[in-house]
Write a protein that binds this ligand. Structure first.
Ligand SMILES: [Zn+2]
Length: 355
């Protein structure tokens, strides 16, 4: 094991012990997508892959698709913040791309690239990557290719803790890391591939997992998409057309739209209460209630003040009537119904009654 690799693994192990795992706040639905980071691969001195005639550069294709995508998002969702890791032909180190997303508390990170293979001009199509451990030699080749750009960065050895993009041992880190956002990343990747199948380049090469440095430190759902092959004549023709590039941006946009709808859906739907006890039923355990308001007047159960909310009860306290909803054995149980009650009474809160 070369000392570089040893140093890398040691740093990794220390990191696993010392760095707390990323918060799992985006674990389920009910997450609002406020900020989207779009990451056009390569840039500046790093051209990415280049067409055989040298006329088409990955960095230009992906920048154009990225800007077209951002424009669509901004038009459709004026309240969503779109951040580009680069919006011009500029070199940005891989670790800075993730840092931009993390610093801005992005809810999604989408890196856009173009694929290329030597000696196989027939390989074509789109594929979308999520962070993980590569499962085949060809997947490893793609990771090596995309990661190798770090050698163009100054101090890459120290910035990536000795990571060597060409050394398989360096990739052990990706089998040890827990990916808190894998499920959502896979979901977005799936939605993107579905849209691509109806888009400008229809050949679907699927979802892949690999150790891509640009995704490594992202603390939100993150994907890297390869929108076609520079080394394939048909894909190249598509990528050279501005209208087709717009269609590609459209496919990614549709996937984001579907993702956003799915994840934000639960914010609008409030679950109906599960623990309503029939009025009058005595429940010694049910000393937690949701207080909806207090009044000096005693109201009948059908009073319009209850806004149609059933099963409200009055609790007398110091010549006041506290009106409550539900009976719960625990505060946790009561909190589950709070969103339902707050639809009617935004100020409602959980209270404990003394008997
Ligand atoms: Zn690339």
């Amino acid at each position: 094991m070369p000392s570089n690799t040893r140093r890398f693994l040691l740093t990794l192990l220390l990191g696993l012990i010392l760095i707390p795992t990323a918060p799992l706040f985006a674990q389920s639905t009910g997450v609002r997508i406020n900020t989207i980071v779009i990451d056009p691969g390569h840039g500046g001195k790093d051209a990415g892959c280049v067409s055989r005639d040298g006329k088409t550069l990955e960095k230009n294709v992906v920048l154009d698709v990225a800007l077209k995508l951002g424009k669509r998002i901004e038009e459709a969702y004026p309240d969503v913040k779109v951040i580009y890791t680069r919006s011009t032909d500029k070199f940005i180190p891989l670790d800075q791309r993730a840092a931009i997303a993390n610093k801005n508390n992005a809810d999604l990170f989408i890196s856009i690239h173009v694929n290329s293979v030597k000696n196989n001009a027939s390989a074509r199509g789109t594929e979308t990557w999520v962070m993980g451990m590569h499962k085949s030699a060809s997947n490893f080749e793609v990771c090596k290719l995309e990661n190798s750009v770090i050698v163009l960065e100054e101090d890459y050895s120290s910035n990536y803790q000795g990571f060597d993009p060409n050394n398989p041992e360096s990739y052990i880190i990706f089998s040890l890391l827990q990916n808190a956002h894998l499920e959502q990343s896979l979901d977005l990747a799936d939605k993107m591939q579905t849209q691509f199948r109806a888009g400008a380049i229809k050949k679907d090469r699927g979802i892949k997992q690999g150790g891509l440095l640009v995704l490594w430190k992202c603390t939100m759902p993150a994907v890297l998409t390869e929108i076609g092959f520079m080394s394939n004549a048909e894909d190249l023709k598509v990528m050279r057309s501005a209208a087709q590039r717009d269609k590609m941006a459209g496919s990614i946009f549709e996937a984001i739209k579907k993702y956003k709808q799915a994840y934000e859906r639960d914010l609008d739907v409030v679950t109906s209460p599960t623990t309503i006890k029939p009025q009058g039923e005595q429940n010694e355990q049910g000393k937690y209630r949701i207080q909806i308001f207090a009044s000096t007047k005693q109201l009948s159960p059908n009073d319009p003040a209850f806004k149609g909310l059933k099963d409200c009860e009055a609790i007398t306290a110091n010549s006041m009537f506290k009106y409550t909803f539900g009976r719960y054995a625990s505060e946790t149980e009561a909190r589950k119904d709070l969103p339902y009650v707050r639809q009617y009474f935004p100020e409602a809160f959980v209270t404990q009654i003394s008997k």
